[in-house]
Design a protein around this ligand. Sequence first.
Ligand SMILES: Cc1cc2nc3c(=O)[nH]c(=O)nc-3n(C[C@H](O)[C@H](O)[C@H](O)COP(=O)(O)O)c2cc1C
Ligand code: SF4
Length: 486
Amino acid sequence: MIAGVWRPPQRIRHDLPDGQWPDEATARASRWFSPVQLGPLTLEQRTWVPAMVPWRATEEGEVTPEVLGWYERFARGRPGAIVVEATGIRDVPSGPLLRIGHDRFVPGLRELVAVVHEASEGHTRLLVQLIDFLRIRRRPEPAKFFRRFLVLRDAHRAAVPEAKDDAAVREALLAMPPERWAELLDERELEALRFGERERVTDTHLPHVRELPRVLPGLFADAARRAREAGFHGVELHYAHAYTMASFLSRRNTRDDGYGGSVEGRLRLPLEVFARVRAEVGDDYCVGCRFLAHEVIEGGSDVDDAMSFGERFAAAGMDFLSLSRGGKFEDAKPPKVGWAAYPYTGPSGYECMPTVHSDERGPFGRNVEAVARIRGAVRAAGHGTPVVVAGGICSFGQAEAILERGEADLVAAARQTLADPDWFRKVQLGRGHEVRRCKLTNYCEALDQKHAQVTCQLWDREGLDEPDVRLSHDGKRRLVAPRWRE
Ligand SMILES: Cc1cc2nc3c(=O)[nH]c(=O)nc-3n(C[C@H](O)[C@H](O)[C@H](O)COP(=O)(O)O)c2cc1C
Ligand code: SF4
């Protein structure tokens, strides 16, 4: 478990659900392994691997052999669909996160599509998640904050009247005990000191933030066009978690330029982005989005908002709606000095990737009830748009029951698929007893938090001396699960 990550105080340890697996005939006749239509795209199965960032691109955001290896490994399990990790739509450096913000990224992405096609023998459909995010700085040393980052105001100067000039004001502030900082700095300044400065969509005094509604539709549309050129079967617009588009949808979005406030205002940019994307790629290309069933933060959007969002996205012609939960900066814990805040360290982060150390409800299918309501609202409005659910789903029984009850149309599994990329195949062949089961304790999430190459504790020390095993930068872990021979 990770230090510094919020866990429900009840600390109730839950056992993994149903160890019962179907025989081959039952699996083949099941809903989960039956086809589904996402607009123009047919999936062979309702099994879905949601986006997971493995931190394996180059610093320039290019596909690497390690990226290819990661997706190749998932493709061998032949899920209905894999969504490639959050991929940046701008042409700006963003560390080892994949990028699609320029045509030069297309050849690498095309190779990725080819690798997945080959490894799944053409059975898996591949989508890519398109993301925009605002600037976030690392948490600074106090000295750096007071000497360089803090924009001095008269209130700061008045607190140290003896200081001769601004440089002396900065030194005097730095020398104060931290309790005084809490009195003298305003909320945003304190946040910049304790967490690192973080831009918000409501910072409309910043020209590039004010301009987002003008700029983003084109950026998303260009990225979607490149995805199509690279051969992806569809795109997932990232409207979830802590990033720009989710922040527009949030009830905390108080922009007064027509792009905030009411549900209508908050929906405006996400709908405009979708309309531009659709115009760019056409009706015969699969476009959907991932958004939050609930933000799980104070003052944030809840299921009622998400029901409205779902109805409107469906009415606009999205081909699927994928629902996640939480994962926000607003309740994140302060990072260590030199680190950036991570939006999965507070209660909302727990809701996104719940662990077995939980409350009475437990971690399993925590998002299902909310998703069922959202799907109900979409259906009541007359739309058949397929709905994807994720969060703490790691067994055939759970997935099948969700589909049987009509709570969702597709069932996604992230961590269970990382633990055992072949698990869909094993279950389908009636060999579920061979599934390596995810422990839901989030070792992988801890690696993600450090922006380290993501692996799973259940296999990353196994067979390190096998030929052709690719190791992590520190040489201690293998990067993909050992091969399973059918
Ligand atoms: C290492 C890691 C990286 C993730 N990266 C993304 C991402 O890029 N985009 C996204 O929407 N969700 C991301 N998620 C969240 C998962 O898609 C999923 O919603 C979450 O893990 C809950 O599902 P699970 O219980 O099946 O793991 C990530 C999760 C993990 C564990
Ligand atoms: S490290 Fe492996 S077992 Fe642990 S939560 Fe992640 S996927 Fe599951």
